[in-house]
Design a binder for this molecule. Sequence first.
Ligand code: E4P
Length: 221
Amino acid sequence: MEFFIDTAVVDEIREINAWGVLAGVTTNPSLIVASGRDFKEVIGEIAELVPGGAISAEVTALDAEGMVKEGKEVAAWHQQVVVKLPLTPAGLQACKALTSEGIKTNVTLCFSVPQALLAARAGATYISPFAGRVDDIGWDGIGLIREIKEAYVLGDIETKVLAASIRHPMHVQQAALAGADVATIPYKVFTQMIKHPLTQSGLDGFMKDWAGRAGASAEAA
Ligand code: E4P
């Protein structure tokens, strides 16, 4: 499973990208607003920060014609841009049109297997089921990801399952085991994923022993 980061804050992207684990970045209109940055400027900067990565930039038009127009504009900003479209009839129509022109798409706000099947038939490069928001209403977000992947495998569908709305490290583990191709993970969850108390106490012990080795005090002097 690949990792994308779900943010438009460049300092967060820079920090996690330095770990060498990122294959892309997802943004949405709310994240762009929260970043306080100009949309085009920040997408360009993100693409430069993560060379070769898939950078999702979402359209805000609600009609198919407007989505296609906007999608072509954002795709022209950088070759790494993936056009993010909502899972609506207009979004599917725009997905088909953009796909037929060779533009990559991420169909977002997916909450059911039938929706995911429709997006795949419209040519989506990625489908984004929102695990956390499904959990929020008392359903099984990871179960949805597992079922979408199963349906795609049975149907020999190439659309990649991008687990979104990830809320904690266990979601990441469960998405991987459910067969997600990618998980888009918030900065905070990356910082939680890397921590384990035994890693820190083990390192502290090694460093303490190393400092106490024969000749260490002479070296330090
Ligand atoms: C997906 O691409 C979305 O940006 C994101 O994962 C939504 O997550 P949220 O439910 O935490 O807003």
